[in-house]
Each structure stands twice: as structure tokens, then as C-alpha cells.
Design a protein around this ligand. Structure first.
Ligand SMILES: NC(=O)c1ccc[n+]([C@@H]2O[C@H](COP(=O)([O-])OP(=O)(O)OC[C@H]3O[C@@H](n4cnc5c(N)ncnc54)[C@H](O)[C@@H]3O)[C@@H](O)[C@H]2O)c1
Length: 323
């Protein structure tokens, strides 16, 4: 098993940490005694508050990854020893703003590699995506977002070749779990939230795709920086394949009064289950089964409600955001 205690006391820069995977990454880093330093455009701590106590005391730096001087100043101020790079614009935002999204997803990622090079940081993990697979497999949908992720993977390889900056790129499939609240593929999580609230909900796609519980993804980004790497690696993180009907049955077995349905075409992503290489590289057990992930997600929503989070309001905001 990866020894996460290697990170105890170390400052870890987490870009995009106000986001879904970022919030769980901050939670895990806090639990293992590391010092997460959030770097995000927003100081909205809503996703952290949904899943953890003490969100208000997390070290938080506002900043834009396209601003290299700001990144350097934050890294210097906190003596950053590891970087988990998650900040990005997702598929629909890239389509809406091709140039702006390329600045963030490509130039921003170059800044992260450059920061690691200048500061001699040898613990760097970053989020690629299953969408990168689509770029070398014509059977699926190619996207500008996928092109950005491939570009980041290729730049990382060159940073290793030319400057010995090591990195671990992880390509998650569809993320689900508390905090997943925007983009079309967030619908299964929105359905779990609706079930927890007692509202009905219709998932706008069908078919069989691979799901990764957000906490399993966060564990892998953290484990990847628990020691220095030697090389530039990229791994798929396919998670658990499930048909949307199956997902709905699992929700209904957790929340018997749930009224969830689905409609529409299948998502253009594959239903693969092959995390073997990543799990072996990190020496960690496989992702949780879907039934466990659904139960865990609904349980976290229940705990948040007990801490005073207004789930109904969260559902309304989430539905507006994911529309
Ligand atoms: N959610 C998924 O299903 C999924 C699947 C595969 C890969 N990924 C990748 O994982 C990473 C995290 O995904 P997520 O679902 O947590 O995303 P998210 O959209 O929930 O969060 C992204 C965060 O990045 C921040 N951000 C955006 N632009 C920024 C900038 N210029 N400077 C600083 N911060 C900025 C946003 O404010 C946001 O808090 C992303 O790189 C994403 O491409 C996500």
C-alpha cells in the first residue's frame, strides 16, 4: 500500500481544489496530516462544506493558473513540496470558449510543469481524462477538452525527457459522488441527491459507462504524490462499468421512495474496467463497487443534512448548473 504518511507535514498545492475531486483531495490530505494549499479562482467552499468539517480553516489562495507569477508566489510562500493539478475547464465550457479554455487547460498546465521544474518538485500528479483516450480511438467522441488533456500528457513527457520533471497523469472515467454537480455526466449524482431529498429526477442519457467514485479518484491523486516518481506516467482510471438502469436500481434500493428515470441516447464513452496498472503502480486496492459508491454517496448527503446543509437548495442549484 502507498505510504500516505510520507506526506505528513508537507505542503501540497491543489489547483482547482474548490471543485469536486479537489474537495475530496483536500479532505484526504487533511486527514493524513499533510498541509493542503488550495489554489483556485473561487473562494467558494461549498463542496468542502458538503463533505468535511473545518472547511473554513483550510489554507486558501485565490489565483488563476494562467498567472505564472501568482503561482510562483504561492509556491514560495507555502514552501510547496508536491502538486496535485486538477484545475481545468470541462467539455461544454471548452466548446463554448475554445481560446479561453486552451489558455487554462494547456497554458495553465504548462505553468504547473514549469513551476515543478523551477522549484525542483518531484511529486506531481495531474488530471487527464478518459476524453484523452477518445483522441486516439476514433470510435468515441473527440473533443477540444480531450485534445487539451492529450497535449498536457505530451508536454509532461517532454518535461521528463528534457528536464527530468517527473509526473503522474491519471485519466478518470465519469466521476460520481458528493460534489459532482456540473456537466451532463453529473446526472447520476444529481439523481442520488434528488433521492436523498425525496424529489423525482430524470437522467438525460442512457447506456453503459464507467464510473469512478470521487473519493477513489482523490485517493489516487494523493497516493501518486506520496513519493517522488521517476518518469512521466499516464494511467487510465476506468472504475466500475454500469448500465444507467442498474444505477437507478441501486439508488432505489438505498432510498426506497426514490422516483428516478432516464431518457435519451447513450453517452459516447466506453464502459471499461481496467485500473490494474494504476492500482499496481500505486500499490492500492481497486475502486469500490458501484453499490457501495451509491450507498456511500447517499450516506454523505445524509451526514451533510445533519450538519445543517440545505440539500433541497443544493439540488436546485445543482440542477440549474448541470442543465
Ligand atoms: N468530473 C469528471 O467526471 C472528470 C473526469 C475526468 C477528468 N476530470 C478532470 O479532473 C479535474 C477535476 O475535475 P472536477 O470534476 O473536480 O472539476 P470541477 O469543474 O468540479 O472543478 C474544477 C475547479 O477548477 C477551478 N478552475 C478553473 N479554472 C481555473 C483557473 N484558471 N485557475 C484556477 N482554478 C481554476 C474551478 O474554479 C473549479 O473549482 C479536471 O482537470 C477535470 O478535467 C474530471
Amino acid at each position: 500500500m502507498s505510504d500516505l504518511s510520507n506526506l505528513e507535514g508537507r505542503a501540497v498545492l491543489v489547483t482547482g481544489a474548490a471543485g469536486c475531486i479537489g474537495a475530496w483531495t483536500v479532505k484526504l490530505l487533511t486527514e493524513i496530516g499533510a498541509v493542503p494549499v488550495v489554489f483556485d479562482l473561487t473562494d467558494n467552499r461549498q463542496r468542502l462544506e458538503l463533505i468535511m468539517n473545518g472547511a473554513e480553516s483550510v489554507t486558501w489562495e485565490l489565483g488563476d493558473i494562467t498567472d505564472f507569477e501568482r503561482l510562483q508566489a504561492v509556491a514560495e510562500k507555502h514552501n510547496i513540496e508536491a502538486i496535485i493539478h486538477l484545475a481545468a475547464l470541462q467539455v461544454p465550457f471548452c466548446k463554448t470558449d475554445p481560446v479561453g479554455s486552451t489558455k487554462i487547460n494547456v497554458i495553465g498546465s504548462t505553468h504547473i510543469l514549469e513551476l515543478a521544474r523551477l522549484r525542483g518538485i518531484t511529486r506531481l500528479s495531474y488530471a487527464s481524462s478518459i476524453a484523452a483516450q477518445a483522441m486516439d480511438n476514433n470510435e468515441w467522441l473527440a473533443t477540444l477538452y480531450g485534445a487539451h488533456k492529450v497535449c498536457t500528457e505530451q508536454m509532461s513527457a517532454v518535461y521528463w525527457q528534457d528536464w527530468k520533471v517527473p509526473s503522474v497523469g491519471i485519466r478518470p472515467a465519469i466521476i460520481y459522488g458528493p460534489g459532482r454537480d456540473q456537466g451532463m455526466s453529473s446526472a447520476p449524482t444529481v439523481a442520488m441527491l434528488a433521492a436523498a431529498v425525496g424529489d423525482s429526477y430524470q437522467i438525460p442519457f442512457s447506456g453503459n459507462i464507467s464510473y469512478v467514485h470521487v473519493e477513489d479518484a482523490a485517493l489516487r491523486f494523493v497516493a501518486a504524490v506520496s513519493k517522488s516518481s521517476v518518469g512521466s506516467y499516464v494511467f487510465d482510471l476506468d472504475g466500475t462499468p454500469a448500465d444507467i438502469g442498474q444505477v437507478i436500481s441501486l439508488i432505489e434500493s438505498e432510498q426506497t421512495n426514490a422516483t428516478i428515470s432516464y431518457t435519451g441516447d447513450p453517452m459516447p464513452f466506453p464502459a471499461e474496467s481496467d485500473n490494474g496498472l494504476l492500482n499496481q503502480f500505486l500499490d492500492i486496492p481497486g475502486c469500490r463497487p458501484m453499490a457501495q459508491g451509491v450507498a456511500d454517496t447517499i450516506a454523505v448527503f445524509g451526514q451533510a443534512k445533519e450538519r445543517g446543509v440545505d440539500l433541497k437548495q443544493l439540488l436546485d442549484v445543482t440542477i440549474r448548473r448541470s442543465a
